[in-house]
Design a protein around this ligand. Structure first.
Ligand code: PAF
Length: 277
C-alpha cells in the first residue's frame, strides 16, 4: 500500500492506478473500525483499485465540538488499510485542502438543513466542501459512504447530482455490534456504563420501526420512542423522526421510501443512528 500526503504524489500515484482499472474512493476521518472495513470491502467488490483518504476535516466540526479530541490512530489505521488491500491511502494536509485565503464553501440547501444541520450549524457545509475537494482531487469512478451517517449520504448524493460530478455514490448499510449498537469512532468516548445504556438508541428505533410497519400512528409512536430514550438516561434527544429517505423531510404517515433517524446525547457523547423501514 502506498501512502501519499501531497497533491503531486497523489496525482502521480493515480495515473498509475487508472492505467490498470477503475478506482473507488473511501473517504474517512481515520479511527477506523469494522464499519470502515465494510466500506473498503464493498469498494473492492466494485472497483479494481481502492483508494482511502484519512482527513479529520476541521471545517465540519463546530465550535465546542470534539475536533481536538477526535480519536486519532494513524499507525493502526495504516495497518488496517494495508490488510484490507487498499492500494493507496491519501493523507491530505489541512494547508492543502484549505490553502491560505480559502474562501469557497459548498452548501447544499434543503436536505442539509434539518436534523444534524440544525443541531450542528455549518456541519454539512464542512462535509460537502471537503468531500467535493476529495472527489475533485481523486476523480474516482465511485465513492463509498456508510448509511450510518444517513443525512450525510443524502447531502452528498444531492451535491454530486447538482454539480454533475462524474462519480457513482454508493451507500453501505450500517455495521453493528452483536448487541445492535451501530459502530462509530465516537463510541470510544463511552464509559462501560454508558456503552450499555447506549443500546436504548437502536432498541427505541427498532420498536418504533416495528410499530409503524404494523400500522401504529406515527406521531404517538415517535413520542413513545423519545420517552423511552429519555428514561434510559439519554440526557437530550435532539430528534427522533420518520423522514423521506431522499429529501429527509419529516413524514407524519408512512409514504414511499422512508427512514427512521435519531440523535441523542448520553453523558457527553452524542450518538446518531437510523433504520430503514
Ligand atoms: O463520514 C465521515 O467520516 C466524514 O464526514 C467524511 C465523509 C470523510 C467527510 O469528512
Amino acid at each position: 500500500m502506498q501512502i501519499v500526503r501531497t497533491g503531486e504524489e497523489l496525482s502521480q500515484a493515480l495515473v498509475q492506478l487508472r492505467q490498470s482499472g477503475t478506482v473507488a474512493l473511501v473517504p474517512t476521518m481515520g479511527a477506523l473500525h469494522r464499519g470502515h472495513l465494510e466500506l473498503i470491502d464493498q469498494a473492492r467488490r466494485r472497483a479494481r483499485h481502492v483508494v482511502a483518504s484519512i482527513f479529520v476535516n476541521p471545517l465540519q466540526f463546530g465550535q465546542g465540538e470534539d475536533f481536538a479530541r477526535y480519536p486519532r490512530q494513524e499507525r493502526l489505521d495504516y495497518q488496517m488499510l494495508k490488510a484490507a488491500q487498499v492500494a493507496l491511502t491519501w493523507v491530505p494536509q489541512v494547508e492543502h485542502v484549505y490553502p491560505e485565503g480559502f474562501a469557497t464553501t459548498v452548501r447544499v440547501a434543503g436536505v442539509s438543513e434539518r436534523w444534524e444541520g440544525e443541531a450542528r450549524p455549518g456541519h454539512f457545509d464542512g462535509v460537502a466542501t471537503a468531500v467535493a475537494k476529495l472527489l475533485l482531487a481523486v476523480r474516482p469512478d465511485m465513492a463509498i459512504f456508510g448509511e450510518k451517517d444517513f443525512q450525510q449520504l443524502a447531502v452528498i448524493r444531492r451535491m454530486v447530482a447538482d454539480l454533475n460530478l462524474p462519480v457513482e455514490v454508493v451507500g453501505v448499510p450500517t455495521v453493528r455490534e452483536e448487541d445492535g449498537l451501530a459502530l462509530s469512532s465516537r463510541n470510544a468516548y463511552l464509559s462501560a456504563d454508558e456503552r450499555q445504556r447506549a443500546l436504548a438508541l437502536p432498541r427505541a428505533l427498532e420498536v418504533a420501526r416495528d410499530a409503524i410497519v404494523s400500522g401504529a400512528p406515527v406521531a404517538a409512536t415517535l413520542a413513545q420512542a423519545r420517552d423511552r430514550l429519555a428514561h434510559s438516561d439519554f440526557a437530550k434527544v435532539d430528534y427522533l423522526a420518520l423522514v423521506d429517505a431522499h429529501t429527509l423531510e419529516p413524514l407524519d404517515q408512512p409514504a414511499g421510501d422512508m427512514r427512521l433517524i435519531a440523535a441523542a446525547q448520553i453523558g457527553s457523547t452524542r450518538l446518531i443512528d437510523n433504520l430503514p423501514l
